[in-house]
Design a protein around this ligand. Structure first.
Ligand code: FNR
Length: 382
């Protein structure tokens, strides 16, 4: 709220404020390849668009005269208290977006106390990110490899370097049909340095004849073979549980029946997500899937969501529909593209300031007070 009280953008270089302006600035800075790596989605990008437009079907009904002098954005998840209900979504190969890459994003999160989710496909190894973050909260996102030794090794490394939860992304057993990436003949992952986590992994290295430095092409080829796993089934969840004691969240849950299976298989949380519309063009928008999943899960385990969060009011809507927290993807990456660590911090700080103000304006003191009574959809009786 202090942002408003000073009545000026605190940054002397006048960084953008709105999501749209950050995107515009990023477009000026980046070449086609890296820009569309962030901005693009699967196929005709219809799901990507409906992730954002889907929020418009839900409308907030503000309440008045409820003394909102003191407001509190904090939440509790897996026994930890976090200062706000938002965290950074896992994003791979950030070195192609800005030279500070993952280290810049992670440090911005550490400054704000926002959990940072390290992607399996990070440009730099998870240990380096952990080191840069000190004691700040961090989660690790697993791309569940076809090679079980690599999966086990990633889980072990995450535990050893102080990550406090494992986010298992289920919607990407292979890369999707992404027309922008294909047009730019741009496979971002195939940039030599972009695979820091794999290229330092003992299990991965043990499968190579020559080191990635000596023979990057073979290392990359090997990576393409082991990256995803289209053969997985629900029974394989037990493998993960055998190899980590950290809470396991399944990312990419959209169908209520999968939510039920997640409960049956005893995971610790689910993330309703369609990967920012980057996997299945035509998939249900995340905000529409959220109440379906929440109906099944109830309060048994936390339900988080991402895909389409752009502003404070989006967070309010997601939490009113039952999300315990949200993950932010593209907005933070435009911040990184424009101004590195400072840009990510500014984007996230602005979003939380917007959330704080909007929470007060709708007559709520804490995000814990949010629930279905805050919202209506067309046709609902208030
Ligand atoms: C992603 N996402 C992603 N997810 C994941 O589990 N591992 C990853 O490495 C990546 N990489 C990645 C790169 C880029 C450039 C984007 C935009 C997204 C998906 C991400 O975690 C999240 O689900 C979406 O970004 C959320 O949608 P919005 O907020 O970007 O619309």
């Amino acid at each position: 709220y202090s942002i408003y009280q000073t009545m000026q953008n605190p940054d002397p270089n006048r960084l953008p404020i709105s999501y749209e302006d950050w995107e515009k600035e990023a477009r000026k800075k980046l070449e086609d390849g890296p820009f569309y790596y962030i901005a693009g989605g699967a196929g005709g990008e219809r799901t990507m668009d409906s992730n954002v437009s889907g929020f418009n079907r839900w409308q907030i009904i503000p309440r008045m005269l409820n003394n909102v002098d003191e407001r509190d954005l904090s939440i509790e998840l897996f026994g930890q208290t976090y200062p706000s209900p938002s965290m950074l979504a896992p994003i791979g190969v950030q070195s192609i977006i800005h030279e500070e890459g993952e280290i810049g994003s992670a440090k911005a999160c550490a400054e704000l106390g926002i959990p940072y989710t390290t992607s399996s496909a990070s440009s730099v190894p998870m240990e380096k990110i952990a080191e840069a973050m000190g004691d700040a909260p961090r989660w690790f996102q697993l791309y569940w490899s076809r090679d079980p030794e690599i999966t086990a090794s990633f889980l072990k490394r995450a535990d050893a370097s102080g990550y406090s939860a494992i986010v298992v992304t289920l919607d990407t057993p292979m890369m999707a049909w992404r027309e922008e990436d294909l047009k730019n003949v741009y496979l971002p992952f195939l940039i030599g340095e972009g695979l820091g986590n794999y290229f330092t992994d003992p299990a991965f290295l043990s499968k190579l004849e020559k080191s990635p430095k000596e023979d990057p092409q073979s290392a990359i080829m090997h990576w393409t073979q082991i990256f995803g796993n289209t053969g997985l089934t629900w029974d394989d969840i037990s493998f993960l549980k055998e190899h980590t004691n950290l809470p396991i969240l399944l990312k990419g849950i959209l169908h209520p029946d999968d939510a039920k299976l997640a409960l049956d298989y005893g995971v610790d949380g689910v993330i309703v997500s369609n990967h920012g519309g980057r996997q299945v063009d035509g998939a249900i928008s995340a905000i529409d899937a959220l109440p379906l999943v929440k109906d099944v899960v109830g309060d048994k385990i936390p339900v988080l969501m991402d895909s389409g969060i752009r502003r404070g009011s989006d967070i309010i809507k997601a939490m009113s529909l039952g999300a315990s927290a949200v993950l932010v993807g593209r907005p933070a990456m435009y911040g990184l593209a424009v101004a590195g660590q400072q840009g990510v911090k500014e984007v996230m700080r602005n979003m939380l300031a917007d959330l704080d103000i909007t929470l007060g304006l709708i007559g709520k003191r804490t995000v814990k007070d949010l629930g279905p009574s805050v919202l209506k959809t067309a046709g609902d009786k208030v």
